[in-house]
Each structure stands twice: as C-alpha cells, then as structure tokens.
Write a protein that binds this ligand. Structure first.
Ligand code: SAM
Length: 297
C-alpha cells in the first residue's frame, strides 16, 4: 500500500479497525462504475431510458432516486461524446455526490445557498429538484472554477441560479437563507484512487479543518431560524467531519437531525457522531460524509 499517503494511512488506522481499513483500501483500488443523473430541466427519465436502450447501453435505475443511473458497459469518456451529454440532458455525477442535495430536501420557491459550488453538480441538482422555482445563490471563490460552474449552469438550463465569485465566509450578514448546502472543501480522502499522487500533510489538513469550521460557522449564521442545512465532504476522516460538527453543536444554535440508515442502501463506515453518515468507498460509491443540521428557533 505504498501509494497511499503515509499520513492518510496512519489516520485511517487510528480511526477504523483493521478490517475496515482493508475495506477502504480495497475501495481505493476499485474502478468506479459510470453513473449519471438525468437533468429533469431538459429531459425526462423515460426519454433517457429510451436513448440508452437504443444505443444498447446497459443501465440500472436506482430505486431510491429514479433520476440516478448506473451504466454497465460504457466509460465516462464515451458518454461525454454523446448528444444527451452535449445537450445537458444528463450530468455525470457519482451516486454519493447525489445524496447531500437529496437529503437537504430542497423546497420550491425558497432561498437556497450553495456555499462551495463549483463545478456545479449539486447546484444544478438543486435547480432540477426545485424545477427552477427556488432562488439559488451559488458561491465559488476560485475564478476558474466559477467559470466552469457558470458553464455547467448554462448547459443544464439551471436558470434559477445566481453565481457569486466570492469567499462565502465574507457574505454580508444581511443575507439569510431557508436552506443551505455546504459541500465543504476537503482532503478528498474518500475519492482516492491508488497510483495517483496526492498532497497529504499535517499542516495542509489543519488548514482545511480551519476552513471547514469557519465555513460551517458562517453557514449557521446565514441560516434562518428553523431552516435546515447539509454539511458534506468527500472525506472519510472524522477530523473533517464529525469533529467539525461536534464543535458547532457546542455553541447551541443548531441541532443534528439524525439521518435514517434504512432508507439509504449505502456501504457505511462507523460514525463518531450517531445520526451522521460516512460512506465506505467501493465500485459504486465514493467515500463521503453527510450530516443534516437544523437551526434552532
Ligand atoms: N459542490 C460541488 C459540486 O457538487 O460540484 C463541489 C464542491 S468542492 C468539494 C469545493 C469547492 O469549494 C471548490 O470548488 C473550492 O474552490 C470552493 N471553495 C473552497 N473554499 C471556499 C470558500 N471559502 N468560499 C467559496 N468557495 C470555496
């Protein structure tokens, strides 16, 4: 396992049992299936099914989210050459990455903030689930990534989204939102694939942890009393997930809304904060963390 950054391996071994670590390492080495989300702003699920069938592309529709498909005999690069991709009728998105927006349960005609939005998989999913009726503000601080976000929003027909090129921690406190998605920047420890080189130092991780905490504190201050929010990362390390949530819970302004396990057919890892979900990487799922919070009235 020499390709896995030493510090990451050490942190995984501290947090998980030997059996769990082996499962994670196995997940890192597995090639993930191609998955897509039907963009219901531009196509129907039936239409996409028929197109896939006509092209003899095998697929499986996910019972927990009819817009989600796993493709069996085709690579992402092949799909990217096709019309349904070009026309924005589908979005190539991992199954894990579809969960935060689903669990937020975005409502129509409300104000929604996406605090870390690029490249826009979840922003465009928010727009699709609310059928462009919500007012979605999507923040991204990186200029190049913000351009990509705008491109994807346009391509997907997500006309209810307003993009702000800004550090969302600097958003004016006169703003307030009914619902917030904080898909926080993270180490990506859930999405590692063996052979790829990644930076993984203690100082770097501490800096990320600081950003995660300050973003979450800002999210709570911008959330309307009674409003709900999601904190998610594509990391499986508790220092980026449970520990961050525990710190804000102490301030007493929000409560954790426990996520129910039965509804989600996901391979889970043990969590250090009951009610939150950590997904174990495998051939179908990226390693991911999701928690739902509600601001007290
Ligand atoms: N939600 C995105 C999606 O589903 O396509 C992925 C988001 S990615 C995990 C995190 C993003 O947050 C990066 O594009 C990064 O540049 C941006 N980011 C990091 N810190 C930020 C901040 N303080 N304010 C706004 N954006 C930030």
């Amino acid at each position: 396992m020499e390709e896995i950054p030493e510090l990451l391996l050490q942190l995984l071994q501290e947090q998980y049992t030997e059996k769990e670590v082996n499962k994670i390492l196995e997940g890192y080495q597995t090639k993930r299936e191609t998955t897509l989300r039907v963009n219901t702003l531009k196509a129907t699920v039936e239409e996409i099914k028929q197109i896939l069938q006509s092209k003899k592309i095998e697929f499986e529709q996910m019972p927990w989210y009819p817009e989600a498909f796993v493709l069996r005999n085709i690579q992402e690069t092949e799909i990217e050459k096709g019309e349904i991709y070009e026309q924005g009728k589908i979005y190539l998105q991992s199954l894990s990455s579809m969960l935060p927006v689903l669990l937020l349960e975005p409502k129509k005609k409300v104000d929604i903030l996406d605090m870390a939005a690029a490249p826009g998989g979840k922003t465009t999913q928010l727009a699709a689930l609310t059928q462009n009726t919500a007012n979605i503000t999507a923040c991204e601080m990186n200029k190049m990534r913000a351009e990509r976000l705008k491109y994807n929003i346009e391509k997907q027909g997500a006309s209810s989204v307003y993009v702000m090129l800004t550090d969302s921690r600097k958003l004016d406190s006169c703003f307030s939102f009914d619902q917030i998605l904080l898909d926080a920047p993270c180490s990506g420890s859930g999405t590692i694939t063996v052979g790829e080189r990644r930076k993984f130092t203690k100082e770097w991780l501490e800096k990320i942890n600081h950003t995660q905490l300050t973003l979450l504190q800002k999210a709570i201050s911008l959330l309307k009393p009674g409003g709900n929010m999601i904190y998610s990362t594509c990391s499986i390390l508790s220092c980026e997930n449970e520990e961050i949530i525990k710190k804000v819970l102490k301030a007493g302004k929000i409560e954790l809304e426990p996520l129910s396990i039965e509804k989600l057919p996901v391979p889970q890892l043990p969590t250090k904060l009951p009610g939150t979900i950590t997904i174990c990487p495998n051939n179908l799922w990226e390693g991911f963390f999701v928690a739902t919070l509600r601001k007290l009235k």
